[in-house]
Design a protein around this ligand. Sequence first.
Ligand SMILES: [Zn+2]
Length: 352
Amino acid sequence: MEYGYSGLQRLFGGASHVCGMRNEQGRTIIDVMSLKTEDKCPSCGEISASIHSTYTREIQDTPIRNTETWIRVLVHKFNCVNPGCEVKVFTESLIFAGQNQVRTHELTLMALAVARTVGNETASQSLGALGIKISNDTITRIYAGLDFEDDPLIEEIGIDDVSNRKGQTYFTVIYDLNTHRLLALLEGRDVDSLKKWLRGHMKVRLVARDRASAYASAVSEILPGAVQVADRFHLIDNMLGYVKDIVKAALPNKIFISGGEVLENPPEKVASAPAVDPSLLSRMHYDNSPPVGEDGADIEFESVSSDISSPQYKAQAESRKAKQQLVELSILVDQNKHKDALNQPVVNRIAK
Ligand SMILES: [Zn+2]
């Protein structure tokens, strides 16, 4: 009989097999086994089916029912079969996490999505309440090195220039044309750093780029055999530019229309005195005197500042604290409730 974790299995695709799910010290653990029988060496690109060993990786995933959730995956190490490769043994790649990552791509994305609207410290606390264990420092680190996964064997790339928000600093961004994953971010728009990068990626045969001729000459120089194309955005941008030029050339600078008719010549200028309603002017009169109360006395401007030693502020702080404790308590209660459910007999199905 087919039973177990078919729904969960679907989330992992065909390359991994879900063996079971259980609760371990308040954490939900999904046991997964990789079914890959071969993989590509990250250094030379040679496919190897020679298994060296297996080992277990623990990778934190997005929480299930607000409980800290970890994927414990049994992965392979392969021997590189290319005698000329400097890598002898390599770890197989997973679709849900990078080579040395302890978090799934989805979890990283979730943390960044929260942290972009609040500070990293607040994000860490909020995510903690939702079942995600991630420190303030880790979020800062993720931001600092926004996962650029270089691939020296990449064949199809896109190159574009981007600037920071103020438009003062420019970068050259290089991405995988098929997956749109970022490969590198080079400072500036100069060709020297791009040439250096291209020299380390000699398998590139297709380059999508913008119109900047500097990029074009760099690609032609280092990779004369590579095909250069303009991506869709820049193609449309180019086309609109040409259409604009054609329309501009065909139309006069100014077109005069009067009563629905296009005039051959500009209309005669008619001098007229501007008519302004005098009541409008009197209404605009600016009075700099302070506002007056019902008793005829001036109303003083009072600056109400938040005084943290005031009884009102203290009461609010107390109430906030009490609310926070309540939330923490309810999370604990919630987790205990689910623990029993998860501790039911675990289905341990090993692929045969
Ligand atoms: Zn290799």
